[in-house]
Every structure is written in structure tokens, then in C-alpha cells.
Design a protein around this ligand. Structure first.
Ligand SMILES: *Cc1c(COP(=O)(O)O)cnc(C)c1O
Length: 492
């Protein structure tokens, strides 16, 4: 092989020198994007269907130049984007990123390896195993979740919290089916499934409801207290009632950092009940899990040694870009047994001694995601990640002080991490009137477009939630955000 195939079509789409030139443009573009992002409007001025009008009706038959493609980035794409990295972005939970993470994804894409079994990419499998242990130790998870520990526990990188919840529910479902069948062989699987009940709270992320739909398991939504917390006593009562009714309680999804209000279910109580009742206890800490890297926040997860599986998204608040969702299980056999199917073409000689992550997940092939954890953990370091979390918390505390100093507003839930929930009040208003007032305030802020935040509801009360801690957020940006909120409120 002389490596010279200049007479042929370029195997990688374009010539290497064109790639080098384009990649340099792209890196500059990304650096400038972040440098100038404060000049962009966070939420775009586009209407649904806008893209059709900007593009030709069909794909080109012959190659276009890099210049043509590059120049369309701004005009076709950027101007219709919601800028998640914008300092005006206070919506949802953040999707923090970093240059080390981007570098890792460049390599991942550049070598383009697909991974499902150990043999399909040995380094990718083993780096994932080591990274999941690094990460488990960095956030203070108990030893039972560590691959290098003494038990059958370990971690896997899923694409999303939604997949983690579904995998946990499927594993619990299959475990329950096996247990019931071992008690009584004459039972039919779908009758067992029809008797199963999973529990979560009103504040649990909707991915739990979807997991229930996919797994055909009924999900009972339990009430939360005024403080947004699901308590053990409420769970226990529901479990006992279901048992009396001949149902099979088999899964609880506890939230550490609920999506509407960032509250923390009582893991100590819930975990204890799940242990007593032999119920799978899954923890969804999609956002808040990242904060556990700071020892001072570990109290939010008190009782975690009792749970069966635990998940958080480094792609939210740990400077690793989407997608990267870390999931740990106490007993990996539960996951594997629920999803193991072994066709001949996937057999390999190490299959009994090595981890095949395909049994732990829904897709077969997936990218080399552990590279970005490795790069970020090394180039930012645990201390760097801690400072980033603490910075976001300080921004939230600052906003909390500003809001508390204005009696027209009320803070609704404790501000523990980077989320501030508040409502605009008016003396003498009924709940519905106050709700509609807050909805109008939200609409005004949204239409103004200087900042982006969302409206949420718990126990029938509407409120506005502001999430700090995004990549380019700062105290100065929080001040601007507060000024916009006040200005819009005054116009009501
Ligand atoms: C963001 C979030 C999710 C959804 O995460 P995906 O990775 O997009 O599926 C689930 N639960 C909680 C608590 C979240 O904050």
C-alpha cells in the first residue's frame, strides 16, 4: 500500500488538506462563538417550519465547497438556535460543556469506533469501566457501586437519564417476574406485569412515566409535601395498600434534585422501606448528582447506600457535553439478566471474563463516550469541577438575596444548588389569579427575549424557575436577569 489514492474519490469525503483548513476554521468559529455569545439573542425569532424556506428542496448531486457550507452556518442554522451556552440562558437545567470535552469528542468522531462488546473496542470498554469508578469515587458513592469493589456492582455510561430510568425499571421488572415464577410456575408473565406497581412523586421527571409506558408497568404518582419532598410515610402507605389489593410493588424512582423545584426526596426513609419490602430503589439525580463532587453537598444524598441504582448526567453540570449519563447499579447481573441476548455474530473469546456493555443498555452500538470524562476529569480536575459547581450555587444564592429583598416576590423552595423558584405576588389575589399573573409575567419575559427561563407548577402553584450555573453565567448576568424580571413585573 503506498497510501496514494489521488486518482480515486477521497475516501473520507474531502481531501485531507481541505479538512485541515476547514477544521481550523471550525475551531476558530467555536472559540469565537463562546467569546461573543453574550451578543446573541438566547431564544431565536423563528416560527415553526422556517427551515424549509431556507433550504433547497433536495440534496445536491455534486459536492459543494467548504466555503459554501461554512457560510451557511450563521444564516441557516445559528439564527434559529436556542443558545444553551448563552449567559441569558436560565431555563431547564444547564448543559455545560468545556474545551476538553470537545477535544475528546473530536477524537471519538475522528476514529469513529463503534462499541458494544469488549472485543468491538477493548480500550473503550475498559476506559469506561475505570472512568465510572473514578466518577463514583469523585461523587462519594458507596463502594457497592464500584467495579473495582468487592461485589457485583458497577457503572455504565448511558445516553440519557431517560434510558437509565427505563433500564432500571426493566431490570426490576424482569427480576420480579423471575421471583414470582419461582414461587408459582403456573403464573403467566403478563399477569405478573399487570399486577406490578412503580412509584414516583408528582415532582419526578416525566421520563419515569414514559418508562412505565414502555415497560407496561403502572406508575403511581405520590403527593409531595409543601416543600416538594416525597416522604417515606407516604410511600409506605401506598405500598401497603397496593399489597392488600394483591398488587406487586416493585420499583421506586426517588429524585435527588427534582426538575420543577430541585428538591430532594428522603432517601434514608425511602431506601429503608424499599429494603424491607424488596423494592428496587432507583435514584434520578440527573442534575443534582454533579454537585456531589463537592463534599459539602453530599448530605442531599443521605441514605444512598440503601439504593439499588443511581443515575446522574455529567452532561448537565459537569462540563461534559451531551450525551453522557452515568448510571450505577448495585448488582450488574440484574441489568444483564434482563437484557442478555447472545447471537453468534457477537460472540468473542473474552465474553465470560470481560464486560460487554451492550447488555447494560438499549442500543447495541454507541460512541466512545468515556473519552470526554477522561479528558475533563484530567484537564479540569476534581477541584476545577468543584469550583464550577460552587460558582453556580453562589449565583443562585445571589439571586435569592435579590428576590428576598423585594417584597413583591416570594421564594418558594429552599435554594440549595443552582435553582431559584419564585412567584410574583399581589395582595388579595386568589390562587388562580396569582397563577395567571405569573403566567403573564413569564410570557412577558419570554417575549422580551433578553433572558430565557421557564414556568413550573408544584401542588397547583405556578412559579418561575431560574437556573444559574450555565457555562457563561456570572453574578453580573444574574443582576441583568433580575433587572429584566423586575422591569417586566412592573409592566404588569
Ligand atoms: C434533565 C432531567 C432528566 C432527563 O434527562 P435526559 O438525559 O434528557 O433523559 C430526568 N430527570 C431529571 C431529574 C432531570 O433533571
Amino acid at each position: 500500500m503506498d497510501g496514494n489514492n489521488s486518482d480515486e474519490e477521497p475516501r473520507l469525503g474531502i481531501e485531507p488538506e481541505t479538512f485541515r483548513h476547514a477544521a481550523t476554521n471550525m475551531v476558530d468559529y467555536i472559540i469565537n462563538y463562546h467569546r461573543d455569545i453574550h451578543k446573541r439573542q438566547t431564544f431565536p425569532d423563528v416560527e415553526p417550519g422556517f427551515m424549509q424556506a431556507r433550504l433547497p428542496k433536495e440534496a445536491p448531486d455534486y459536492p459543494e465547497s467548504w466555503q459554501e457550507v461554512f457560510s451557511d452556518i450563521e444564516t441557516v442554522v445559528m439564527d434559529g438556535m436556542t443558545h444553551w451556552q448563552s449567559p441569558g440562558f436560565f431555563s431547564y437545567y444547564p448543559a455545560t460543556t468545556s474545551y476538553p470535552s470537545m477535544l475528546a469528542d473530536m477524537l471519538c468522531n475522528g476514529i469513529s469506533c463503534v462499541r458494544f462488546s469488549w472485543a468491538s473496542s477493548p480500550s473503550a470498554t475498559e476506559l469506561e469501566t475505570v472512568m465510572m469508578d473514578w466518577l463514583a469515587k469523585a461523587i462519594g458513592l458507596p463502594e457497592c457501586f464500584i467495579h473495582g469493589g468487592h461485589g457485583p456492582g458497577g457503572g455504565v455510561i448511558q445516553g440519557s437519564a431517560s434510558e437509565s430510568t427505563l433500564m432500571a425499571l426493566m431490570a426490576a421488572r424482569n427480576k420480579t417476574i423471575r421471583q414470582e415464577l419461582s414461587r408459582d410456575k403456573s403464573l403467566r408473565t403478563h399477569d405478573i406485569v399487570a399486577r406490578m406497581v412503580a412509584y414516583s412523586s408528582q415532582c419526578t421527571h416525566s421520563c419515569m412515566d414514559r418508562a412505565g409506558v414502555f415497560a407496561l408497568v403502572e406508575v403511581r404518582k405520590l403527593p409531595v409535601g409543601k416543600d416538594g419532598v416525597m416522604r417515606g410515610s407516604v410511600l409506605k402507605e401506598a405500598v401497603m395498600k397496593d399489597k392488600d389489593d394483591g398488587r406487586i410493588p416493585m420499583f421506586v424512582c426517588a429524585s435527588i434534585g427534582t426538575t420543577p423545584c430541585c428538591t430532594f426526596d428522603d432517601l434514608e426513609e425511602i431506601g429503608k422501606i424499599c429494603e424491607e419490602q424488596e423494592i428496587w430503589c432507583h435514584v434520578d439525580a440527573a442534575y443534582a448528582g454533579a454537585a456531589l463532587i463537592c463534599p459539602e453537598f453530599r448530605y442531599i444524598c443521605k441514605g444512598v447506600e440503601r439504593v439499588t441504582s443511581f443515575n446522574f448526567n455529567p452532561h448537565k453540570w459537569l462540563m461534559v457535553q451531551i450525551d453522557c449519563s452515568a448510571m450505577w447499579v448495585r448488582n450488574s447481573d440484574d441489568l444483564i439478566n434482563s437484557a442478555e441476548v447472545n447471537p453468534l455474530f457477537l460472540h468473542h473469546k473474552a465474553q465470560d471474563s470481560a464486560i460487554d456493555y451492550r447488555h447494560w443498555q438499549i442500543p447495541l452500538g454507541r460512541p466512545f463516550r468515556s473519552l470526554k470524562l477522561w479528558f475533563v476529569l484530567r484537564m479540569v480536575g476534581i477541584e476545577g469541577l468543584r469550583s464550577n459547581i460552587r460558582r453556580g450555587v453562589q449565583e443562585a444564592k445571589h439571586l435569592e438575596r435579590l428576590i428576598r429583598s423585594d417584597e413583591r416576590f416570594e421564594i418558594l423552595f429552599p435554594v440549595t444548588l443552582g435553582l431559584v423558584c419564585f412567584k410574583f405576588k399581589h395582595p388579595g389575589l386568589l390562587l388562580e389569579e396569582e397563577n395567571s399573573l405569573n403566567e403573564r409575567l413569564y410570557q412577558k419575559i419570554h417575549n422580551d427575549k433578553r433572558i430565557l427561563l421557564v414556568l413550573a407548577m408544584v401542588n397547583g402553584v405556578y412559579f418561575i424557575r431560574v437556573c444559574t450555573g450555565s457555562t457563561h453565567c456570572s453574578i453580573a448576568q444574574v443582576n441583568k436577569c433580575w433587572n429584566v424580571i423586575k422591569e417586566m413585573a412592573e409592566q404588569l
